[in-house]
Design a protein around this ligand. Structure first.
Ligand SMILES: [Zn+2]
Ligand SMILES: [Zn+2]
Length: 432
């Protein structure tokens, strides 16, 4: 690297990590000098042969000026490689290392890296962006610039009407998770106007953690749980709970009106006997880092931000952590069908890494009273390692409606939310 180039790392702001690197130059270089780049300008780049082909092909070009050792540049590399492959013959994608090739940095008037320059097919500069730039944003920008790259982005699966209606009686469908209601673990919240049926005390606590400004005493007075032995409803605070664990390490909760019956059950199914208050503190111990709902870590996505680890109730909430905390996050999600591990890393509110790259998201949506499509809730969202897995998952859910989206879109949807919308996320009657 030429010693005349001094590299200054722009202090990463606590709020938005502007991970671009400044190239301090002796004299200022204006951007206009890069308006008409020529092929020879990049003669020293490792991509020379390809560059020559670029000029002949007369294709739009995405030029990324960076360095192999700068962190945001490194994170751009797989995105550029993917675009280069996917849009071969329709867009040229080129990378120039300006630490190795100082001339190119000057030629294009680059002051910070990475810098991406968008050229039309005639070589005219249309736009430039400084800093990390995600795949979806790059493609979106081309569209905005009016450059048609010949859509290779299939819409994916869209299901506006259910394949088959859900014919289960309402009282047999859990208000929270849509699962079947087991008569032995049924939990009922008696409101003034209507009652809500939940499949289990666990879904009740998810419900409870979704109420804005819940009054504990008032809410407790409304809850009834089925006695595990008889199926009869009893006031939740009066029951004894056998809190055990299934083979997968997931909590099991059985309610008993009669403590002796609970002790008897404990011999067959080991666990701790706890009161409603203790059960509540256990159930509310782990919360979604985005929407604050109660979660079981075994069911949740794991999210890492800085040195902190948290959990999310669903894959889409996991993306929301980047928006809520304005931090870069790393998510470990599970394929909705097979449980296969999916890893997502974000940088500056964009997807920086996705494993496997074929991962797609399902955004469960339903039509609201006003005819507009709204989120169908956390239980109807998911990530899948392939579109094939998503198809199989949907085949098993005929009443499901919604659409397939990219992981970048799932993140972008969350990044658009205002702080007020984030505060109301997943809250009953507030989640829009
Ligand atoms: Zn449920
Ligand atoms: Zn959540």
């Amino acid at each position: 690297m030429n010693t005349s180039i001094k590299i200054l790392i722009v202090a990463a702001l606590a709020v938005t990590v502007v991970a671009a690197v400044a190239l301090k130059k002796g004299k200022p270089v204006t951007y206009s000098s890069a308006a008409t780049p020529t092929v020879t300008a990049t003669a020293a780049s490792p991509d020379t042969a390809n560059t020559a082909a670029v000029a002949n092909a007369k294709l739009p070009k995405l030029l990324d000026l960076g360095a192999t050792k700068c962190i945001p540049c490194k994170m751009m590399a797989p995105i550029l490689a993917e675009l280069k492959k996917e849009y071969a013959g329709r867009m040229n994608v080129e990378f120039i290392d300006v630490w190795e090739n100082e001339g190119a940095g000057k030629q294009y008037g680059v002051e910070m890296i990475p810098t991406q320059i968008f050229f039309d097919a005639t070589g005219k500069e249309l736009f430039r962006h400084v800093g990390f730039y995600g795949r979806e944003d790059i493609l979106g920008k081309w569209k905005e610039l009016g450059v048609d790259l010949g859509g290779n982005n299939p819409v994916g699966i869209v299901r506006e009407t259910p394949v088959a209606a859900d014919t289960r009686p309402r009282e047999q469908v859990c208000f929270m998770c849509d699962g079947d209601v087991n008569a032995k673990s049924r939990t009922v919240v008696k409101g003034q106007a209507e009652q809500r049926v939940l499949c289990s005390p666990h879904c009740y606590f998810i419900y409870f953690s979704s109420i804005v400004g819940a009054d504990l005493k008032a809410e407790d007075a409304k809850v009834n749980v089925a006695d595990w032995s008889s199926g009869n409803l009893v006031a939740a605070p009066s029951a004894t709970y056998l809190y055990g664990m299934d083979a997968k390490g997931r909590a099991t909760v059985r309610a008993f009106a009669d403590k002796d019956a609970a002790i008897k059950e404990q011999q067959a199914n080991p666990g701790n006997l706890v009161t409603w208050d203790v059960l509540r503190s256990k159930e509310l111990a782990t919360r979604c880092a985005f929407c604050d709902r109660a979660v079981y870590p075994e069911d949740a996505c794991a999210v890492k931000f800085g040195t902190t680890r948290g959990y999310d109730c669903c894959t889409h909430c996991a993306m929301g952590v980047a928006a809520r905390l304005k931090q870069n996050i790393e998510v470990e999600a599970k394929d909705g069908l097979t449980g296969e591990l999916i890893r997502v890393k974000t940088l500056d509110g964009q997807i920086a890494a996705l494993e496997p790259a074929t991962t797609v998201a399902w955004f469960g949506q339903k039509k609201g009273a006003d005819g507009k499509w709204v989120s169908a809730g956390c239980f109807k969202q998911g990530f899948f390692v392939s579109e094939d897995n998503l198809k199989k998952w949907l085949d098993a859910r005929p009443p499901m409606t919604g659409r397939q989206i990219t992981i970048a879109q799932a993140l972008a949807d969350k990044m658009k939310l205002t702080p007020e919308q984030i505060a109301k996320a997943c809250k009953l009657g507030e989640c829009k």
